[in-house]
Design a protein around this ligand. Structure first.
Ligand code: NDP
Length: 247
């Protein structure tokens, strides 16, 4: 087991990439703090992973709630801190800019950018004090490319990549490593977060239909495990993982 004795905090652990990552890290011996809004899903996952002998703390929260994220950070600090943050919670209510769905733009900015920053802030100083830690931010292939209807989403993911790269440079002196993980299309609940009905149907038909050979959440979990299990002198700065299709 590669992570025995380590503790990781996984946000967005109630489904998709976060859930698969929580399972894989636990299988490798890590104890976990798992967060998301859907408490029942977290509880179910915690029961499953505790049965394998792991110490699992359920910490439900909304990452857009700065105080709530800070409080979980304080709880974590009081218990000795975490070695790894998987900063994964995110949402994708995309639509053409002409539709002016400002509430949905704000939700993406609040969740995908501010939520990521709040979680970094909740653990970074503790990691720096201990001179040890690894922050893994999940951005997207949309951190490198833009798509019609996905301007704000791509903007948030470009921001996460830029924040990750800056943090990586700053954090080296504190012994903290940073990895930005950029998945292509992964079969998860993410398209369900699209509120615009026509866009949701189109995205589901074109990018997330059963005829597509998309990535599985476990593929991204494997990439994350690779990043967090390298020797101390190895800095896995970025990982771009695409399904094997021409893009
Ligand atoms: P899911 O929708 O399956 O998972 C999203 C997770 O984020 C859920 O656990 C959800 O939990 C949590 N979440 C969403 N909003 C909040 C919030 N306000 N507070 C706390 N938790 C929240 O999708 P994925 O697994 O695909 O998404 C994980 C990450 O991967 C996201 O950042 C996404 O942008 C990124 N990504 C996904 C790709 C894909 O094709 N699927 C491609 C590239 C990147 P809950 O609803 O219980 O709060």
């Amino acid at each position: 087991m590669k992570l025995l004795g380590k503790k990781a905090w996984v946000t967005g652990a109630s489904s998709g990439i976060g859930q698969a990552t929580a399972r894989l890290l636990a299988a490798e011996g890590a104890d976990l703090v798992i967060s998301a809004r859907r408490q029942a899903k977290l509880q179910q996952l915690a029961d499953e992973l505790r049965a394998t002998g792991r110490d699992i703390t359920v910490a439900p929260l909304d990452v857009t709630d700065r105080q709530a994220v800070q409080q979980v950070g304080e709880q974590i600090a009081a218990q000795g801190g975490v070695d790894i943050l998987i900063n994964n919670a995110g949402t994708m209510p995309i639509s053409p800019l002409i539709n002016g769905r400002v509430d949905e733009w704000e939700l993406m900015i609040d969740t995908n950018i501010k939520g990521v920053l709040y979680a970094i802030n909740a653990v970074y100083s503790g990691m720096a004090e201990r001179k040890q830690g690894h922050i893994v931010n999940i951005s997207s292939i949309a951190a490198r490319q833009t798509y019609p209807s996905a301007g704000v989403y791509a903007g948030t993911k470009h921001a996460v990549r830029a924040i990750s790269d800056t943090l990586r440079k700053e954090a080296i002196r504190y012994g903290v490593r940073v990895t930005d993980v950029q998945p292509g299309a992964v079969d998860t609940e993410l398209p369900d977060s699209i509120v615009h009905e026509k866009i949701r149907a189109a995205v589901k038909d074109n990018m997330y239909s059963e005829t597509q050979d998309n990535l599985k959440p476990e593929d991204i979990a494997n990439a994350i495990l690779y990043a967090v299990t390298q020797p101390a002198h190895v800095d896995v700065s970025e990982l771009l993982i695409r399904p094997l299709v021409a893009e």
